[in-house]
Design a protein around this ligand. Structure first.
Ligand code: SF4
Length: 344
């Protein structure tokens, strides 16, 4: 991607939402995720200049970004500037393009401050049955763009039970889809469970560190254990191998660039590939983040995203890691972050 394309993607990520007038004839339906940074929102994915991006839709006609259709082409306007031309709308299979990424439970007892899933599903905790999961994968698998399956889950009861359900689901999917890459996103209290996910048939794993500094981790993930998360990441690299382990790393919570880089170096050293994600703010998490941090965080600027992505790329190279060999989850999706090696 050109440096201009990179700067445009970073600016779109900084803003995060787009107004789509009724007159625009969208070629596919919006996605409404129950997990991930856009949980609870209606979103579309777009591609331009080799970049992919997912943006939440807003009803605010005065939003900074507006999608416009001229002579059949889609363009994105930033205020009154034609900011990105020849944009394509990217169909999403389930949550992500090219893959069926499903949330097994939208109920969660962990209460992480940034997460919207718990608020989203309060009083409405639908669980995904094996029949439903298989049905969705079978439908998606008929689509020519289908490449992979991934699972995530809220924790409705206990971490152990949640992980056992995921292990069972992976086994069930693997039996019917022997050659499809499967990714699993989970939190572990017992690191033995990492091996069980691998034995069940998972190819890649995502264990989210969320933030690096221990005091911040305690504030935003009050019911998770940072040391156990780090132990699980190390075990995951032992079990799955280097370049098979992903970790979500949220930035914009009040940490310095030095804090972020310190975390990138330590995680790179153990063979974990991080996706750096600017904090997303919405009605569902603003209040909880304010309570946890003592202030409402600000969205991360495009300049900071690009600056950190450049350092991140160097750290990955120094550790013989990359983002483009992953087959599942965020590195194969590419929609929510600046992806070193793919975007710069
Ligand atoms: S980058 Fe990750 S969180 Fe974002 S849409 Fe893709 S799979 Fe979901």
């Amino acid at each position: 991607m050109t440096s201009q394309g990179l700067e445009k993607k970073a600016k779109l990520l900084e803003i995060g939402e787009i107004y789509i007038p009724k007159e625009v004839n969208m070629p596919c339906f919006a996605s409404r995720s129950t997990a991930g940074p856009d949980a609870g929102a209606s979103s579309y994915a777009f591609t331009f200049e080799g970049a992919r991006i997912k943006l939440e839709t807003t009803k605010n006609q005065d939003a900074k970004l507006r999608l416009v259709q001229n002579n059949g082409h889609f363009n994105i306007f930033l205020d009154t500037d034609k900011f990105v031309e020849h944009v394509k709308v990217l169909p999403l299979l389930a949550h992500a393009p090219n893959q069926t990424f499903m949330n097994l439970s939208s109920k969660c007892i962990m209460n992480c401050a940034f997460c919207t899933t718990v608020e989203l599903m309060r009083g409405n905790g639908g669980e995904m049955t094996a029949e439903r999961v298989l049905k969705i994968i079978r439908i998606n698998a008929r689509h020519p763009s289908f490449e992979a399956v991934a699972l995530t889950s809220g924790v409705p009861d206990s971490v152990a039970e949640t992980n056992m359900r995921m292990v069972k689901m992976i086994k069930t999917i693997r039996e019917e889809f022997p050659d499809t890459p499967i990714g699993a996103e989970a939190y572990f209290e017992d690191i033995q469970c990492v091996q069980r996910m691998k034995d069940a048939g998972a190819d890649e794993i995502k264990i989210n560190i969320e933030t690096w500094k221990p005091d911040l981790f305690k504030k935003i993930c009050p019911n998770r254990d940072r040391d156990k998360t780090l132990a699980a990441l190390e075990e995951a690299v032992r079990v799955f191998g280097r370049n098979k382990v992903q970790s979500n790393y949220i930035i914009g919570l009040g940490e310095t660039d030095e804090d972020i880089i310190d975390g990138l170096k330590k995680l790179g050293n153990i063979g974990v590939v991080v996706n750096l994600r600017g904090i997303r703010l919405g009605e569902l998490n603003r209040g909880r983040l304010e309570k946890a941090l003592g202030k409402v965080p600000e969205r991360v600027s495009a300049e900071r995203l690009v600056k950190l992505a450049k350092v991140h790329k160097n750290i990955l190279e120094m550790n013989h890691l990359d983002t483009d060999s992953f087959k599942t989850m965020c590195f194969s999706c590419e929609c929510c972050d600046i992806m070193p090696m793919q975007d710069l």
